[in-house]
Design a protein around this ligand. Structure first.
Ligand SMILES: [Cu+2]
Length: 142
């Protein structure tokens, strides 16, 4: 009985010591980074905004889902590329209308297949699906 009491108090003493050691190291750790130069951060953020070039997207994506082009109207910069992805389990085409300034035609392409068009000049390029002529959409370049 006496020995078990000794063990208990030894464990308690160890626990208390451990807790004290932890809080002690916390104090010393907190003071060091607080003195680091905090004046650098605002200067760095002021020099950042010159991302105007991101306005002219040079790559855009159109998905074909449930016999619809999504989005119906997409914008891309001159020289940009539009990637069309068919997610339907049947074929579609991406075909430029006759009055489109640039002609393109994917031919039939099936599920999970893609078709890419690069647009070299500014303008509005209307296109449709030859299999489902009610599917129509536009790419706006420039
Ligand atoms: Cu179609």
């Amino acid at each position: 009985m006496t020995s078990s009491r000794l063990i208990t108090s030894a464990v308690l003493a160890l626990t208390l010591f451990g807790a004290a050691a932890c809080s002690g190291s916390d104090d010393s750790g907190a003071t060091t980074p607080a003195t680091a130069p905090a004046t650098d951060a605002p200067i760095a953020t002021e020099t950042q905004p010159d991302t105007d070039a991101a306005d002219a997207t040079d790559a855009a994506e159109v998905s074909i889902a449930q016999s619809r082009f999504d989005p119906l109207e997409i914008s891309v910069g001159v020289g940009g590329t539009v990637t069309f992805t068919n997610t339907d389990p049947f074929a579609h085409t991406v075909t430029a209308k006759d009055d489109s300034p640039q002609q393109f035609d994917s031919g039939n392409f099936g599920q999970d297949e893609t078709f890419q068009v690069e647009f070299a000049e500014a303008g509005t390029f209307d296109y449709f699906c030859q299999i489902h002529p009610t599917m129509r959409a536009s790419v706006i370049v420039g």
